[in-house]
Design a binder for this molecule. Structure first.
Ligand SMILES: [Zn+2]
Length: 321
């Protein structure tokens, strides 16, 4: 009996020791590699995450009040500063590899700039990218083009709206702008010039005008407001459509429900508001799949009209095929 008791004690102690050892494992902290893949007709789409940043959204949303923003966030179990996704989208047409936006590179610190690593984890190398389509020239969308002044995408042509390119490369616009790094401030021009320079020097920037097809099934659509030459890209294959909207929405929890809410770093907030409502309405009516840079990763879903605003329906999860 005593022997049995001793044996039980020994067993209990070893179990305790085991569980203590498990509890001592360090927190892993990071999530899975930031890519999400699905087929759109005959095209393969990979959403790539560049990382996240905590943004003081109650401070930069305009046409509302900080209190209102905090209240709506709280309804969704969120708060400001809000951890915000930075997404880009890679399209393999079968003939070409096209990247829409590039993330921030090393401009905003180590929480961003993960796009290239996530692209590699997803099975593609930056050197395989044939073309890069830019939605607009804010640093969190073009910063990933270069690393330490060198072209990160050594074989790619960069396509950008001519009006957008001219606006941000204009020394005269920069001279007029106030100091700072947000929106239409001097730092945004300076960054855009520095980032684009190696591609311009190598003859790899090909501007385009207006709404047009850049590649079979991929059209650029102008949606000026957030920046003067802001564009979205409609991707269509075998009757399926995906609209990569760029920055017509920054805070999903606020601006779907109330698309009249704007951001302080819009170039032209009333125009940005108008474009947001127009695009949301069209995308909801035509049941087009929606992809956005700052909607929680992978930033993909559908919109439905709802009361005075819109309801966001995230894409159903797929493990891929
Ligand atoms: Zn952005």
């Amino acid at each position: 009996m005593t022997k049995l008791f001793a044996l039980c004690r020994l067993l209990a102690m070893s179990l305790l020791l085991q569980s203590a050892a498990h509890a001592a494992a360090p927190f892993a902290r990071s999530s899975a590699p930031g890519f999400y893949r699905f087929m759109l007709g005959g095209y393969e789409i990979t959403a790539l995450n560049d990382g996240t940043l905590e943004l003081p959204v109650d401070q930069f949303l305009t046409n509302t009040t900080p209190q209102k923003v905090d209240d709506v966030l709280a309804e969704d179990y969120l708060q400001s500063p809000l951890e915000t996704s930075y997404n880009a989208f890679l399209i393999n047409t079968g003939a070409k590899l096209i990247l829409i936006d590039t993330g921030a590179g090393n401009i905003f610190g180590p929480r961003l700039g993960r796009l290239a690593a996530n692209m590699k984890a997803s099975g593609y190398a930056p050197s395989q990218v044939d073309e890069i389509y830019i939605t607009h020239m804010h640093a969190d969308h073009i910063g990933g083009l270069t690393t330490d002044g060198d072209m990160r995408f050594s074989n790619a042509i960069v396509r950008v709206n001519r009006g957008e390119l001219d606006y941000w490369l204009s020394e005269a616009n920069m001279a007029k702008a106030p100091e700072g790094n947000r929106g239409d401030q001097k730092g945004s021009y300076r960054r855009a010039m520095t980032i684009m320079e190696p591609y311009i020097r190598a003859g790899r920037v090909r501007p385009f005008d207006g709404n047009q097809e850049l590649s079979p099934g991929i059209h650029a659509y102008q949606s000026a407001g957030h920046t003067p030459g802001h564009v979205g890209y409609m991707i269509e294959s075998q009757g399926s459509r995906l609209m990569v909207v760029g920055d017509i929405v920054h805070v999903a929890a606020i601006q779907f429900e109330d698309p009249t809410v704007t951001v302080s770093f819009d170039s032209n907030s009333p125009l940005a508001e108008q474009e947001r409502i127009k695009e949301f309405t069209r995308i909801a009516k035509d049941k087009i799949l929606f992809a956005a840079a700052h909607v929680p990763f992978p930033g993909l879903g559908h919109l439905q009209t709802d009361k005075d605003g819109f309801r966001w329906i995230p894409l159903n999860y797929s493990a891929g095929k």
